[in-house]
Design a protein around this ligand. Sequence first.
Ligand SMILES: N[C@@H](CCC(=O)N[C@@H](CS)C(=O)NCC(=O)O)C(=O)O
Length: 201
Amino acid sequence: MLTLYHNPHSRSTIVHYMLHELGEPFEIVPVDLKAGDHKTPEFLKLNPMGKIPVLADGDTIVTEAPAILIYLADKYPKAGLAPKIEDRDRAAYLRWMFFYGSCFEPACIDLSMQRETPPSTAGWGKPADMLDTLSAGLKPGSWLLGERFSAADVLLGSGIGYMLSFNVLPKRPEYLDYVARIAARPAHQAAVAADKARLSG
Ligand SMILES: N[C@@H](CCC(=O)N[C@@H](CS)C(=O)NCC(=O)O)C(=O)O
């Protein structure tokens, strides 16, 4: 059984949404961040970073949202969320999966702190270049791989939506349209509804 350590106010929503796109059964272990559930010795054995998301697949533990998504998409190919290794889209897919943690997230932190880390030292370069790279990636088609939806869209779609909601990203039309396309997906709506029910339950 797949188990997600989850709090609806956190990045574990990325994996929660992915699980809905995947259509496999899963269970949730609620993590109360205010109570410090994620800093207990038991939790730190799962993720020494003391952070969620954490996915358990039986005895296998996966942490870091992009790694969890790559793991799930490859393990459950029926959902068609990852191009296979021999597929010509695999390189672009991997590029976006790694772009998220290596460029998007740290550049967003720079943007939110209104600072610029020396761009030739920072692996993510200039925040403005990250924004333009994202815009260029979103313009050719509905999704990052053109007309093919993938786990890269689960990841970047969630991240862009989150950063727009906190006014970290500028409201470029290509970002807003992309997030609207994600929000229209039945799996996204199901994930949001499940979290709402969890919060009010
Ligand atoms: N690099 C991690 C980031 C995870 C992360 O920052 N999680 C936050 C929630 S959004 C967290 O657990 N924060 C609690 C804390 O650090 O005390 C990933 O991509 O999974």
